[in-house]
Design a binder for this molecule. Structure first.
Ligand SMILES: [Zn+2]
Length: 363
């Protein structure tokens, strides 16, 4: 039994409670008197910087007072981030994973994994959808080893939910024509979304990035992260990264979305797993591997190469056997070299694959 999962009943209240605390604390920080206020507002970054204010940044590696030049750097970093996120409304799960890998916010303390994606792979092994109201899906993940809490809440808004629901409603239920509910759910999970996480990494390092990128599902953050993330790197915490991977590629989430879409088409906009269902989902599930698009492409290439070589071997095997001429060894070596070049393999690798293929086709 997974201890971290806790009770499904009350999960919405717990999540809302944590987000409310965050909101209250942020409001109080924004209202603090000028000499105690540490929020660097958007207006200031955009140019109305009062140089008499003493605020600190870690830009350049060390904490030091902010200068007017820093404001120019912050503005530059904002433009960079906006172009990385293409200034669009929302982001896809695939983009989140690729950006977390391509432009990560590195951990600086020694002994830590390099990035949030490394942490997601090692520490956050579970992310299950437990309830949904229309396009808002609530996930619960386990917490990392040093966390103050046992579980985290990740809220995901699927931007194309209405489109998917309408498409499902318009699909004739006769088994022919149109897309199946599963195909529609599979399309939906690959579209744009926004997200929110109740953890401190999201709150202090990434909520601002999500806000300017147009993919913040919860409270918008307008205070520049001058201490925690002045370069505006990375995109999501380890909990969100786990959820993105499950959302995009796990069968369990696909089944959950399909069920939820079906209930919406029956005018019930809400889906919630019972405690038992959630526990079963956790127990049955092995975590998806969090793969970047680059890793996926490399794997697909390998599969294609193996298939091509197997096909070539099969063709060779169906040809009538020839008397083995003395030159044939050399000839097959040359053939292996040609084939190998085509698929980026050494002649030895090609010979080994051919030999293995010959064995299986005999047996
Ligand atoms: Zn988080």
């Amino acid at each position: 039994m997974a201890d971290w999962l806790g009770r499904v009943r009350g999960h919405v209240g717990e999540a809302k409670g944590r987000f409310d605390t965050d909101r209250r604390e942020r409001e109080a920080a924004g209202k603090a008197p000028a000499d105690k206020n540490i929020i660097l507002t958007e207006r200031e970054v955009r140019g109305e910087w009062d140089a008499s204010r003493v605020l600190f940044t870690t830009l350049g590696g060390q904490a030091r007072p902010i200068t007017a030049e820093d404001m120019a750097t912050f503005r530059h970093n904002m433009r960079q981030a906006e172009s990385r996120f293409k200034g669009g409304k929302g982001i896809t799960a695939r983009q989140v994973i690729d950006l977390a890998s391509g432009t990560p916010l590195r951990y600086v303390s020694p002994g830590q994994p390099a990035s949030d994606i490394d942490k997601a792979r090692r520490e956050i092994t579970m992310g299950v959808p437990v309830s949904a109201i229309n396009g808002t899906i609530r996930f619960i993940t386990n917490a990392g080893p040093d966390s103050k809490v046992r579980r985290h809440h990740v809220v995901v808004n699927l931007h194309e939910f209405e489109t998917a629901a309408a498409q499902l409603a318009a699909t004739p239920n006769d088994g022919k024509g149109g897309k199946t509910p599963k195909q529609i759910a599979n399309w939906l999970r690959k579209q744009k979304l926004s997200f929110d996480c109740d953890c401190e990494r999201h709150r202090y390092f990434f909520r601002y990035v999500a806000t300017i990128g147009g993919f913040a599902a919860g409270r918008k953050e307008t205070g520049y992260p001058k201490i925690r993330n002045p370069e505006l790197m990375g995109v999501a915490c380890k909990h969100v990264l786990r959820v993105m991977s499950e959302l995009e590629s796990s069968n369990a989430v696909l089944a959950f979305l399909e069920k939820h879409l079906a209930s919406v088409s029956e005018y019930k906009a809400r889906t919630q797993l019972a405690q038992m269902e959630a526990e079963e989902a956790v127990q049955q599930k092995t975590p998806t591997r969090i793969k970047t698009s680059e890793q996926r492409a490399a794997e697909a290439r390998k599969v294609r190469e193996k298939a091509a070589i197997a096909r070539a071997a099969k063709e060779a095997a169906t040809k009538p056997p020839k008397k083995i001429a003395p030159a044939s060894r050399r000839a097959s070596k040359t053939a292996a070299e040609t084939l190998g070049k085509q698929f980026g393999l050494s002649p030895e690798q090609v010979m080994a694959i051919l030999a293995a293929q010959a064995k299986t086709s005999k047996g």
